[in-house]
Design a protein around this ligand. Sequence first.
Ligand SMILES: NC(=O)c1ccc[n+]([C@@H]2O[C@H](COP(=O)([O-])OP(=O)(O)OC[C@H]3O[C@@H](n4cnc5c(N)ncnc54)[C@H](O)[C@@H]3O)[C@@H](O)[C@H]2O)c1
Length: 246
Amino acid sequence: MFLEDKVAIVTGAGRGIGREIALTFAREGARVAVVDIREETASETAGEAAAAGADSIALGTDVSDAKSAQEAVDNVIDKFGRVDILVNNAGVTADGLIMKMSDDSWNRVLDINLKGAFNFIKAVVRKMMKQRSGRIINISSVVGIMGNAGQANYAASKAGLIGLTKSVAKELASRGVTVNAIAPGFIATQMTESLPDEVKNKMLGFIPVGSFGAPSDVANAALFLASDLSDYITGQVIVVDGGMVM
Ligand SMILES: NC(=O)c1ccc[n+]([C@@H]2O[C@H](COP(=O)([O-])OP(=O)(O)OC[C@H]3O[C@@H](n4cnc5c(N)ncnc54)[C@H](O)[C@@H]3O)[C@@H](O)[C@H]2O)c1
C-alpha cells in the first residue's frame, strides 16, 4: 500500500473527483478526512472509506470560510494527531460571458476555488512544517492553462491555483513539503454531465485519445503525488487530459 497510516484531507470529496481521490487513498491505507459543504455527501464518502477499512471522518465545511477551514483541520489533528496530505479539490463553476458576468459569480468562484485552497493551505502549513513532511495537491484545470470562453472566473481561479502551487512549493521545499497541481481535462462527473450533448461532442473532437476521462484517472495522479514515489517532484502541474493540451 502506498499511503499506509498517512492522514489525508480531501476537500469537495462528497462526490465526483474528490470522492474518488478519498476512496483511492483509503484503499491505499490512508486515514481520510472527507470535507464537503454538503455534510450528508461527506458522510456517505466517509462511510465508503470506512467500508474499505480506513479510519475516516466527515466534515461539513465551506472551504471559502477561513475560520471553518482552520476548525476542520484542528478537528483532523485532534482525531489523528497529524496531517500528511492535503488535496484542495473543492470547486464550482458559474459560467457566463465577461460582459454579463456578475460580481457575485466572479467572487463566488474565486472564493471557493482559489481562496478555499489558500485557507486550507494556511490551516495545515504549520503542522506540516513542524513534521518536516507533507504533500499538498491542488486540483486546477486545463482551462487554467488554455483559458475558455465563458469561464473567465473559473479559468482565473484555476490559473491562480497554479501560481499558488509554484509559490508555496518554493517556500516549503526545504521543509520536506511538496506542493503540486493536477490539471484535469474533461472528466465525466456531475459537474460536466449537465453540459449539452452538442458541447460534449465538440469537446470530444479535441481529445486525442478519443474519450472523456474518469475520476479514477485524476485519483491515480493524486495517489502518485501523495505517495513517496514523487518525493523529488514539487511545483509541477500534471495534466490529465487525454492529450488535449500538449
Ligand atoms: N469534471 C471535470 O471535467 C473537471 C475538469 C477540470 C478540473 N476539475 C476540477 O476538479 C474538482 C472536482 O470536480 P468535480 O467534477 O468532481 O465536481 P463536482 O461538482 O462533482 O464536485 C465538487 C464537490 O465540491 C463540493 N463543494 C462545492 N463548493 C464547496 C465549498 N464551498 N466547500 C466545500 N465543498 C464544496 C461540492 O459539494 C461537490 O461535492 C473541481 O475543483 C473542478 O474544478 C473538474
